[in-house]
Design a protein around this ligand. Structure first.
Ligand code: GLY
Length: 373
């Protein structure tokens, strides 16, 4: 089943190269991806899909298209186009870092180190965190950290490995520790974001951006936590990160509905005809593969996690993928971007497609993704 799903994804991605040209897909409306000129936080996912397809097929069509995206990312960094946010790791891990991993291209390595420097500009010395959005001192956003940022930390850990400069690694560790302390709750659920007093660094409290309420658990936030802490463990070997990833994973699995694909928030009342977020389940699936790669073979939770992974992926392929719709642009239906904001509440999300394909590739041992070398 996995191989057939990969073949379908590769064929759709091949077709999309022509459809999208030099533009980048983001989320869909009525089944058609909205395209932009590399100006959003999501553009790395298209690049990553092209690199995954290239690794799988060794077809130069994918390589050439992927390389073109990296040139676009080079221009974006040189011209500083919409880069004043924490999402730099999503953008450059899957584009230039992927190119470095696959081709050992020196200019791609240099570009990725420059991207890590860009991410370091989010560091706020007083509060000791990476600010999610907005400029330094922004009245509303200056004190906010976000759980999604855990997937941006591998760029910093990697930059340390490449340069030997400790500042990248220590920043990532402080951010991971702070995320663990303030974003993960005692019952292993999570806040989407958390505010600190930007003048004193004192904690204020949790808040959501895309979730149901400030105290609820946005499923995609939980997914970023599962994968992000497993990756921080890979780079640091701090067992607390592994334990946190595992606990968040168990929370995710135990709170799934019958078909093993998450609604958009774990606390949304189902009487509200809740939307799913298939992308959260795809991210978590890829994260579970990372987590499982670090668990002892006799870990008492291994079976539950393996079974959860298998049921989630099977349901994604059978009930949420476009495997039976050859003309579809996207791979995974029923993702949600921002339900309360009414932005793509039930559509294709390019990151859903990316993590679905990454998980399939990891299961078939065709690629390990690009979060680490
Ligand atoms: N990182 C933004 C999102 O997950 O929607």
């Amino acid at each position: 089943m996995w191989k057939q799903a990969i073949e379908d994804a590769v064929s759709k991605t091949r077709y999309n190269i022509e459809r999208f040209g030099d533009l980048f897909p983001h989320v869909s409306t009525n089944g058609r991806y909205g395209l932009n000129e590399n100006t959003d936080w999501t553009n790395g996912f298209w690049s990553g899909m092209l690199w995954l397809c290239y690794e799988y097929t060794k077809d130069d069509v994918f390589k050439a298209a992927a390389q073109r995206t990296v040139e676009s990312f080079r221009k974006r960094l040189a011209e500083n186009v919409v880069l004043s946010h924490h999402d730099i790791g999503f953008l450059y891990s899957l584009s230039s870092k992927a190119q470095w991993i696959i081709e050992k291209d020196e200019s791609a390595r240099q570009l990725t180190i420059q991207a890590a420097d860009k991410l370091m500009e989010r560091w706020r010395e007083t509060g000791q965190y990476l600010q999610a959005w907005g400029s330094l001192g922004d009245e509303n956003e200056g004190g906010r950290i976000i759980i999604d940022c855990l997937l941006n930390l591998p760029l910093l850990y990697w930059a340390f490995e490449q340069t030997g400069e400790q500042r990248y690694r220590s920043t990532a560790i402080i951010q991971a520790d702070k995320s663990r302390r303030y974003l993960v709750r005692g019952d292993d659920s999570s806040y989407h974001t958390f505010f600190f007093n930007q003048e004193t660094g004192e904690p204020i409290g949790g808040a959501t951006h895309q979730g149901y309420t400030n105290g609820s658990t946005w499923t995609r936030g939980q997914a970023w936590g599962v994968y992000g802490f497993a990756l921080s463990y890979r780079y640091t070997k701090n067992p607390l990160y592994l334990e946190t990833s595992k606990r968040m994973a168990l929370y995710f699995i135990k709170n799934l509905p019958e078909d093993y694909v998450s609604y958009w928030d774990f606390n949304v009342p189902l009487s509200e005809a809740a939307f799913r977020d298939s992308s959260a389940t795809a991210i978590t699936s890829a994260g579970l593969l990372e987590l499982l790669s670090h668990l002892e073979t006799d870990d008492s939770d291994r079976v539950l996690i393996e079974e959860g992974l298998s049921k989630m992926m099977k349901s994604l392929v059978e009930n949420y993928s476009t495997i039976d719709e050859p003309a579809a642009e996207g791979l995974l239906k029923h993702g949600s971007y921002h339900v309360r904001g009414n932005i793509a509440p039930d559509d294709f999300m390019i990151w859903g497609d990316y993590y679905y394909l990454e998980a399939l590739m990891r299961m078939e041992k065709k690629s390990k993704g690009y979060w680490y070398e």
